[in-house]
Design a protein around this ligand. Sequence first.
Ligand code: SF4
Length: 249
Amino acid sequence: MTDVLEPAATRTINGTCHHDCPDSCGWIVTVEDRPAGPVAVKLRGNPDHPYSAGELCPKVNRFLDRVYSPDRLLHPMRRVGPKGAGEFEQISWDDALTEIATNLHRVIREHGPEAVLPYSDAGNQSMLALMGLSGRFFGHMGATKLDRNICGVTVGAGMAKTVGSPRGIDPMQHLHSKLLILWGTNTRLTNRHLWPTIEAARANGARLVVIDPIRTVTADAIDETRGCHPAAPRHRHRHDSRDDARTDP
Ligand code: SF4
């Protein structure tokens, strides 16, 4: 007798990309309920999400391949060879936690708690990852305090110096701008969800200027390019930044 496989029941779930990325794209995930548990079989952008309008990004288009990759790290691994040799053995969670705790106690005993420097940041942006229990744990320990941030503070300082506030505006409000300046950003390639708003603003009559030491696909698409040499921007104002990048000392 041949077993007849019933087609797995499927459902769709709306979600939001979890990456530390301001676009916060909407997802629609198709899930199959299989006997061993639910499996996501398809992931696509949500066309009703106002900013991303159904388009994800190259990093996430094949996200399910990574989630279900056989190479994914699912267990604690202990290095058993020299650094860089890639030699590891699988150990239990109990063994991993015991080894970490033993080493932390040793470091604190020998050098004091400030010899421990925790470093992490937003991760998947969940409340547990971003503002969870690790702060209490390391605070109780007396570990070194670190801002734990490599980009946000820099951006805030740059914004405050440039426009007077670390707060930006809703990017979709650029639709109402009359002058847009893209300074050192290849927006058309690396901030692709902003580009349709810029195009819509241009259709409304906005003027767009790109300032960049190199010719980019963004510069190729615009009204005007102000090329500048990174070492001496005040001297360089040409229409062909490609010439600047090649010929300036
Ligand atoms: S652009 Fe990519 S990483 Fe950013 S929210 Fe969208 S899918 Fe996620």
